[in-house]
Design a protein around this ligand. Structure first.
Ligand code: UGA
Length: 433
């Protein structure tokens, strides 16, 4: 059992802290946002993540999980300090390390004995060394410490499952002692431990996300070729993915990737490459293909519907993927404002991400409580998120409700034959129209 302090109660910090507590450690999750801490102390969770609320409540009740806005005290009490603060992308695509540096300074000022300081946030290569330097400077070398890079691989929507049964833990440590401490913490979750240097661990995180993003852009490029030659990308994915060297995951063609990770991390990796004088052409193309894919979907709509002015368009799905209310870099945030700008009347539906979307794009569209309400009277329907309730739509009812039976599906949810039988004009991605 270790005394762990996690600084930053965002996605990664909250999930990791809760799972460490569930494994029997004494965990304090802290944040400088007092309101957030008050809410968490009362069991109010700021994000939607299946299973998180229950696990937080369970561990608060059993006394292994605490919340505090007193960051210095939480550092004084800890043996292991996790840095899980945000590293937002600045205007040039670089990860902004302001919060990481601030936290490193606070840790230094409250170092009262040997501690392991772990970076969990996704940070550019060299950040671990920077944290080490900052702590050394402000602690005036009075106490020993080690720095570890222990990147996160959880996915939103399945974060608890991904953490409790992680496929691997990557641990880049500045000493064997620190490596052993962090490896032991991960024993309940996995036996696959990758031991690395700080720099290697930092690169592994970017390489993993960039590779997954590359798979998605690759299959989207193949999908666009399929459209031109009359082939079906879903069959291509199946045929290619059965080769175990390639694997069948992350080969779903569609509107492209969104979220807080792939867009930010591919841009940051490009910066890392530029900073060390390497022209990473492949990742540039991955980013470009992804941006174009959203435009491509809108072009399909316009080519079929003609002028958008005065047309009613329903948009199903605002979150960047299902089972989350996260809308960061979501396709809907680009597509809805564009449709509205062209004079279309947009009605949007999402089971849980409406509040967040309103904050971001306001009333450029109206919002409905269910998918059918959005679809009713629309001249076209765009599907942007593969929500289960959208997959389960009664298609005969959908056809009845629409002004014109035109569906532009950015997630390839329905069988082509079925859509044809029902009489839809069904434009999906990489499949014959
Ligand atoms: C991603 C990684 O999958 C995690 O391993 C990583 O820990 C996380 O980023 C992070 O860096 O924190 P996440 O962004 O939550 O996780 O979501 P994914 O499930 O990876 O999906 C990302 C985007 O790719 C979504 O917009 C999704 O719709 C899209 N996608 C995914 C496709 O378009 N096609 C696919 O075949 C798979």
């Amino acid at each position: 059992m270790k005394k762990i302090t996690v600084i930053g109660t965002g996605y990664v910090g909250l999930v990791s802290g809760t799972c460490f507590a569930d494994a029997g450690n004494d965990v304090t999750c802290c944040d400088i946002d007092q309101v957030k801490i008050n809410n968490l102390s009362q069991g109010i969770i700021p994000i939607y993540e299946p299973g998180l609320k229950e696990l937080v409540h369970k561990n608060v009740r059993s006394g292994t999980l605490h919340f505090s806005a007193n960051v210095p005290q939480a550092i004084l009490d800890a043996e292991v300090v996790y840095i899980a603060v945000g590293t937002p992308m600045n205007s040039t695509g670089e990860a902004d390390l302001t919060y990481v540096k601030q936290v490193a300074k606070t840790i230094a000022e409250n170092l009262n004995g040997y501690k392991v300081i772990v970076t969990k946030s996704t940070v550019p290569v060299g950040t671990g060394r920077l944290v080490e330097k900052v702590i050394r400077k402000y602690s005036k070398d009075q106490h020993p410490f080690d720095v570890v890079s222990n990147p996160e691989f959880l996915r939103e929507g399945s974060a608890i499952k991904d953490t409790l049964n992680m496929e691997r833990a990557v641990i880049g440590a500045t000493s064997e002692k620190a490596f052993q401490i962090i490896a032991e913490l991960h024993q309940p979750f996995t036996s696959n431990i990758v031991k690395a240097s700080l720099e290697t661990a930092e690169i592994i995180k970017y390489a993993a996300n960039a590779f997954l993003a590359t798979k998605i852009s690759f299959i989207n490029d193949i999908a666009n070729i399929c459209e031109r030659v009359g082939a079906d990308v879903t069959k291509v994915s199946a045929g290619v993915g059965l080769d175990s060297r390639i694997g069948n995951k992350f080969l779903q063609a569609g509107v492209g990737f969104g979220g807080s990770c792939f867009p930010k991390d591919t841009a940051a990796l490009l910066h890392i490459a530029e900073d060390c004088g390497y022209d990473f052409k492949l990742i540039k193309a991955v980013i470009e293909t992804n941006e174009k894919q959203r435009v491509h979907l809108v072009e399909k709509l316009v080519n079929s519907l003609g002028e958008l002015k005065g047309k009613t368009i329903s948009v199903l799905g605002l979150a960047f993927k299902p089972n989350t209310n996260d809308i960061r870099s979501s396709p809907a945030l680009d597509i809805i404002p564009y449709l509205a700008e062209q004079g279309a009347i947009v009605k949007a539906y999402d089971p849980i991400a409406i509040v967040e979307t309103k904050k971001q794009i306001g009333y450029q569209c109206s919002y409905t409580e269910n998918a059918y309400e959005a679809i009713k009277g629309s001249d076209a329907c765009m599907i942007l998120t593969d929500w289960q309730d959208v997959k389960n739509l009664d298609l005969a009812k959908v056809k009845q409700l629409m002004n014109q039976p035109l569906i532009v599906d950015g997630r390839n949810l329905f069988k082509l034959e079925r859509m044809q039988e029902l009489g839809f004009t069904y434009l999906s991605v990489g499949r014959p129209a």
